[in-house]
Design a protein around this ligand. Sequence first.
Ligand SMILES: Cc1cc2nc3c(=O)[nH]c(=O)nc-3n(C[C@H](O)[C@H](O)[C@H](O)COP(=O)(O)OP(=O)(O)OC[C@H]3O[C@@H](n4cnc5c(N)ncnc54)[C@H](O)[C@@H]3O)c2cc1C
Length: 329
Amino acid sequence: MLDAPVLVLIDLEDQAGACAPTGPALELLTAARRLSGDVVALCLRAPDAPGAAAIAGAGASRLLVAELGDRSALAADAADAVVAAARAVGPGAILVVSDYRGKELAGRASVLLGSVAVSDAADLEEVDGELRASKLVLSGSWSTTVSVAPQAEGTPIIALRPGAVEAEAQPGAAPLEAEALAVEPAAETAAVELVSRESASAATGPALGEARTVVVGGRGVDGDFDLVRSLAEPLGAAVGATRVACDEGWIERSAQIGQTGETISPRLYISLGVSGAIHHTSGIQGAGTIVAICDDSEAPIFEMADYGVVGDVTEVVPQLVEELERLRG
Ligand SMILES: Cc1cc2nc3c(=O)[nH]c(=O)nc-3n(C[C@H](O)[C@H](O)[C@H](O)COP(=O)(O)OP(=O)(O)OC[C@H]3O[C@@H](n4cnc5c(N)ncnc54)[C@H](O)[C@@H]3O)c2cc1C
């Protein structure tokens, strides 16, 4: 275990009137608990009481709140807050979620702290006082492990991929008293103006990068994303797509998975009418179980699938949905 605290940047989401930590943020707290007995949570706005209880229940022993308002979405502002918290707490490591903002702020904060950043980590452990972070590189064909010594290289910032760790609650946690953290934004940060902010209108269900289950539609669904959603909804899954499906305008570009789209690591990935081109599969190397439904038995997706169905999606998917309904009564 590290003999210094681990600082964790906690993203909050508004759901049904509540302001609570996101699933990936709770995963970070579990990862932090495995590194140190002292876990400090940093929020960029105040969570509500159940949100603070969830943060305590996931293992944080302190809660810092830097009130950034809407600017918390900007990597530069978030990085300034992380740096201010690091100076206040003196952590042995800092964990953030490896999404677009997390990766950018990790790089920026590590420069400001004179330390190192590792992004896209899929695994993280402490060995003899050093941190070892593993990540997939070269389109997922190699796994590499980097080792960082916090004493020698300053406080490392690790951006951990959603789904890398299973969040575990810690029973009997004491409630946390939020401590206000003052953040003095750097001149470069203040020079950036937030013009507007809106969520993608077409997004429904869980966010693609955070979802435990993802159902993906390819060219084989022939534009019928209602078919994809008919399976995604009962599974509580996010809907993804291949580039072809996005190029065709069947779904918004943000749903694209692969080399030039999102990298995902769900527990379960189900593809419908996807051939499995390397440009697509490089984005799913961190997936747990892979299920493919495709009418071409020679399609490369079957080489990496744990379960495969050779068949027409318009016939197989309705049967699958019916079976799910039957099993759930
Ligand atoms: C530089 C570069 C970057 C790229 N980046 C990405 C990326 O980020 N993400 C990405 O996805 N692609 C990317 N691509 C494109 C990629 O190479 C493939 O063209 C694309 O992934 C193929 O998509 P697909 O599987 O939907 O289509 P196809 O390869 O055409 O496969 C469709 C499959 O569906 C099957 N099918 C057809 N009808 C049915 C049916 N009724 N039922 C069941 N199966 C059916 C077909 O037999 C076929 O196997 C990139 C390409 C380049 C050059």
